[in-house]
Design a protein around this ligand. Structure first.
Ligand code: NAD
Ligand code: ZN
Length: 340
């Protein structure tokens, strides 16, 4: 089968011919149709510090996908051949206290599809039947391929009650924009999204009704004044991984504000804890999404009017993966989807 592989411990990815995965009794084999390219894949492509420490080579990469079940293991009775599916990219163990209590997303033995175990940038991917999420008929493969990052956005955005609240989102990458669409869907009042990339801010405003703010040019206090906000944002979603953006968020929240952090800084960065203590913020770290409550909620929201289609700006055949990584590196895109 064709697959996109990290073959060598150096920058780059290679499209190569790999053996079709063999499945165990509790696994399913999926014929992949569409895949989303994630920032994580770009880290692996670039072979940065995180990637070289985390990813064993060779490794088939990719973890955002939709396709069709073509084979099921002998012990699988929950999934049928022919079913259109996506899947949770975190494969867990069942040994930890958290997992055994049903808090699957907190399992410390988690392994990442396309990071620690063979991934979905391929014609076929094998995953445990436990991880399979069936796609309703009205969710097509293209949207199915971006449910993984949408799940990050939904899990982060639903961390705190947003009904009637003023929300600050730092970072208008695909996940920041999707979280803005979720905030709008669930009933937030003002949604301000910041970035320093005009292309991304323009896209955010096309996807949903937000106030886009280029913080390289505009002061957030001025924006708040224009919106008639006196005290600050009630809820903050950090979606950039840039420490300066988090610091700016801390300076524009109400006393008692609630902050969820998804963005991953590339290296340890100083944080003024006094800002959190004296302003009595609640801060929550987010990794992945909840198995499988986030999946349920995002599918239900997509079926009740949440529209994130415009976040997908590029659709390319898998063979043109170099172009995909190029536009992502330049930040000149929303979500990039590859066809297999
Ligand atoms: P992305 O890199 O496409 O988006 C980040 C955005 O932040 C970019 O548009 C960038 O221009 C913007 N930015 C840069 N400096 C800024 C500043 N000073 N203020 C505001 N914005 C600024 O990433 P993405 O795919 O949308 O993912 C968002 C973040 O979440 C990334 O850091 C990613 O690594 C992380 N992530 C975390 C998880 C998790 O489970 N915790 C999962 C997926 C992604
Ligand atoms: Zn991803």
């Amino acid at each position: 089968m064709r697959a996109l592989v990290k073959q060598k411990a150096e920058p780059g990815l290679w499209l190569s011919d790999e053996p079709k995965p063999e499945i165990g009794p509790k696994d399913v084999l999926i014929r992949v149709r569409r895949t989303g390219v994630c920032g994580t894949d770009l880290h692996i492509y670039n072979w940065d510090d995180w990637a070289s420490k985390t990813v064993p080579v060779p490794m088939i990469v990719g973890h955002e996908y939709a396709g069709e079940v073509v084979e099921t293991g002998a012990a699988v009775d929950t999934v049928k051949v022919g079913q259109r599916v996506s899947g949770e990219g975190h494969v867990i163990g069942m040994h930890s206290r958290a997992a055994r209590a049903g808090r699957f997303h907190l399992d410390p033995e988690t392994q990442g599809v396309g990071v620690n175990i063979p991934g979905a940038f391929a014609e076929y991917v094998r995953i445990p039947a436990f991880n399979v999420v069936a796609l309703p008929d009205d969710i097509d493969d293209e949207i199915g391929a971006v449910l993984d990052p949408l799940g990050n956005a939904v899990h982060t955005a639903l961390s705190f009650d947003m009904v009637g609240e003023d929300v600050l989102i730092t970072g208008a990458g695909p996940i920041g924009i999707m979280s803005a669409a979720v905030a709008r869907h669930v009933g937030a009042r003002h949604i301000v999204i910041t970035d320093i990339n005009p292309t991304r801010l323009k896209l955010a405003a096309e996807v949903t009704s937000v106030v886009p703010v280029n913080t390289a040019e505009e002061d957030l206090h001025d924006v708040m004044a224009k919106l008639g906000m006196r005290e600050g944002f009630d809820v903050g979603l950090e979606m950039s991984g840039i420490p300066a953006a988090l610091d700016q968020m801390l300076d524009h929240m109400v006393v008692g504000g609630r902050i969820a952090i998804l963005g991953i800084p590339s290296k340890p960065a100083p944080l003024d804890l006094n800002k959190i203590i004296f302003r009595q913020f609640t801060v929550k770290g987010i990794y992945g999404r909840e198995m499988f409550e986030t999946w349920h909620k995002m599918l239900a929201m997509l079926q009740s009017g949440l529209d994130i289609r415009k976040v997908i700006t590029h659709r390319l055949p898998a063979a043109e993966f170099e172009t995909a990584f190029q536009v992502m590196r330049a930040g000149e895109c929303g979500k990039v989807v590859l066809e297999w």
